[in-house]
Ligand binder design. Sequence first.
Ligand SMILES: [Zn+2]
Ligand SMILES: [Zn+2]
Length: 136
Amino acid sequence: MTHQIEVSVKCPNCGKSLMNSSVLVDDMPSIELEATIENKKGRIFLSQIYGSYNKIFDDVDDVANAVVQCACPACHNLLPTQRTCFCKAPVASVNLELGGAVNFCTRNGCKGHSLEFENPDDAFKLFLDKDESRYL
Ligand SMILES: [Zn+2]
Ligand SMILES: [Zn+2]
């Protein structure tokens, strides 16, 4: 069995789920965000699989190295940014449905653009949830 971690996330502003089950990335429901790239507004759909860089662009161009302004599709507030990535783009944060938060770099194509756990215990918790049957 693979140790694949799936993260379900919600908006830190309004608490609404960001998961979209009609747009699949990596054969899983995606994380939907309102995205502004170089003054064009559209959507991006991120993979919910931890460590996957797959994503879908809708109405916005996949501009290499552009910084993506990410907002919640429900409340339209920008996602909070916690810090600056080594590439100097802001790092946005979303909340895990199970509690805790994950961060990702908003620069398109940056290796920091994978989901990153703010608290490593959260990742551990998801590992345990996933493999629960093995520990019982
Ligand atoms: Zn929201
Ligand atoms: Zn970065």
